[in-house]
Design a binder for this molecule. Structure first.
Ligand code: NOJ
Length: 538
């Protein structure tokens, strides 16, 4: 690394965000479950101010609030307290202090679409039709034949309605029956949730990841969702309907704007919202907040096929769709999707890491992806993700304990962890990879630090290049006279390409090669799945 300049990062555009699944990061109190003190103990690994650490600028914590854990925290029973499995409000204060000391911002999960069915609000709401909290959730009479009020489906399978015997009405749940949907058309709900945002902002939270943002508001007439004419799979599958009325309503955008206006009352806040969308739908979400403190996640790199042309097209189209003030982001993995190495293999995952850190915008990293952790196959009887056990794909595989070292339980805990540690942990772990010059961790660290020290990567423009090669994707990042050229070979074969430039310095390559070597761009040959980051002269 040559570039020693220290740039003051504008965190909500320039930080690398690292997602922590708190249950699986580090267990400090020997109960087999990760916790907040465990995260504090590992903050130096994430950023100790030197290039020995990963160098990220923000952490996003999956939910740590009080919860019956039916959906591991995405079912909240108290928005203003920490679950005792993870610590207390005091530990949270300490986490904020220690994170901020290291220039790490803290993003909280904001689960606004639904509460736990054990939340006192829902317990009150279900108790009688006249309870003051009745309208805080969405209740409806059965149809005359006793069936649910409409055809809406739960994302996790089956009807989105459950009949509650106490009052013989159905309540709506876009996810599990244990996650009843709040009624965002009710003003008291809005006020109560605004207080939640204020509560965490006052405790030092820097931003929020808005869960299930697209679901927040449903059609006021509860009209049936139309069938999906292109779907040929099993009956009652979520994909069998087009969710015109049960999600993505224009009013959801107004709600997002309310969140942003709260953020806008405070300095330097940011919100990213969860919705799996194509470019036109993302564009709508970009427009949701009038104060530009928000971006939707771009998850498309997770789902696009392995095809250089399609990936280039997506990035070009996405860039073209953004207004001057919209800020892009990219994601390779999270706690709901199979890990990147499992999806594409290790060599390709290295190439994607290079893509992630050299594109314009905010990169999101899922814990463990930086060391190349894989999904584990958890046998049926041992699975913990109820969503998977009951309904769709099990998500335990991507949530196994962080692999810190080769000691028993991978250094995550000294007792048996809540999920088994990865089979390959003796080879794939932080300690080992820190001293391995060609490890995935080394590549991540180098790219993250290079990016943090490079004005052109942080603030420069993006322009993809026509090479007449279907397998190589190359783009320029430019700022003033500076040019960084990224060349990525998506092919399993060697590929040669040429550029209208003479020479360039090799900053990084995914393959073992000496840094700062000069290459001739008139003809450059890339090994299978090789990527280059180059500084172009002239
Ligand atoms: C999206 C979260 O990422 C997922 O883990 C959760 O199950 C659903 N929202 C419901 O909250």
């Amino acid at each position: 690394m040559n570039n020693k300049r220290k740039i003051q990062l504008n965190w909500s555009r320039e930080a690398v965000v690292y997602q922590i699944y708190p249950r699986s990061f580090k267990d400090s109190n020997n109960d087999g479950i990760g916790d907040l003190q465990g995260i504090i103990d590992k903050l130096d690994y994430l950023n100790d101010g030197t290039e020995k650490s990963l160098g990220i600028g923000a952490i996003w914590l999956s939910p740590i609030y009080k919860s019956p854990m039916v959906d591991f925290g995405y079912d909240i029973s108290d928005y203003m307290d920490i679950d005792s499995q993870y610590g207390s409000l005091e530990t949270f204060n300490k986490l904020i202090k220690e994170a901020h000391k290291r220039n790490i911002k803290v993003i909280m999960d904001f689960v606004a679409n639904h509460t736990s069915s054990k939340h006192p609000w829902f317990m009150d709401s279900r108790s009688s039709k006249t309870n003051p909290k009745r309208d805080w959730y969405i209740w409806k009479d059965p149809k005359p034949d006793g069936s649910p009020p409409n055809n809406w489906l739960s994302v996790f399978g089956g009807s989105a309605w459950t009949l509650d015997k106490t009052t013989n009405q159905y309540y709506l749940h876009s996810f599990l029956p244990e996650q009843p949907d709040l009624n965002w058309r009710n003003n008291e709900v809005k006020k109560a949730m605004e207080k939640v945002l204020e509560f965490w902002i006052h405790r030092g939270a820097d931003g929020f990841r808005s869960d299930a943002a697209y679901h927040l508001i449903k059609d006021d007439q509860l009209r049936d969702d139309p069938p999906n004419p292109t779907y040929k799979g099993v009956k009652n599958s979520y994909k069998g309907l087009i969710h015109t009325y049960s999600q993505g309503r224009p009013e959801a955008l107004e709600t997002m704007n309310t969140f942003c206006s709260i953020l806008g009352l405070h300095k330097d806040k940011y919100m990213v919202s969860e919705a799996y969308l194509d470019i036109p739908e993302m564009s709508k979400l970009y427009k949701a907040c009038s104060n530009n403190l928000h971006a939707p996640f771009n998850f498309n790199l997770i789902s696009l096929p392995w095809d250089a042309k399609l990936i280039r097209k997506h990035i070009d189209d996405f860039e073209a769709s953004l207004s001057k003030i919209d800020w892009p982001n990219y994601v390779l993995g999270n706690h709901d999707k199979p890990r990147v190495v499992t999806r594409v293999g290790e060599k390709r995952a290295r190439l994607l890491a290079m893509l992630l850190f050299t594109l314009r915008g905010m990169p999101f990293v899922y814990y463990g992806d930086e060391i190349g952790m894989k999904n584990e196959d958890i046998p049926l009887g041992k699975q913990k993700d109820l969503v998977g056990n009951r309904l769709t794909a099990n998500r335990d595989g991507e949530r196994t304990p962080m692999q810190w070292d080769e000691s028993v339980h991978a250094g995550f805990s000294i007792v048996k962890p809540w999920l088994p540690v990865g089979e390959k942990y003796k080879d794939v772990n932080v300690k080992k990879e820190l001293s391995d010059p060609i490890s995935m961790l080394r590549l991540y660290r180098q790219l993250i630090h290079y990016r943090a020290n490079s004005y052109v990567l942080l603030r420069g423009s993006y322009r993809s290049l026509d090479l007449g090669d279907n397998h190589v994707f190359a783009y320029l990042r430019e700022l003033g006279d500076e040019k960084v050229l990224v060349i990525l070979n998506f092919s399993k074969d060697e590929e040669s390409v040429s550029f209208p430039y003479q020479k360039a310095n090799v900053i990084y390559t995914t393959n073992r090669e000496k840094e700062n070597k000069i290459v001739n761009l008139k003809k450059i040959t890339l090994a299978p799945y090789q990527g280059y980051v180059l500084e172009v002269k002239g």
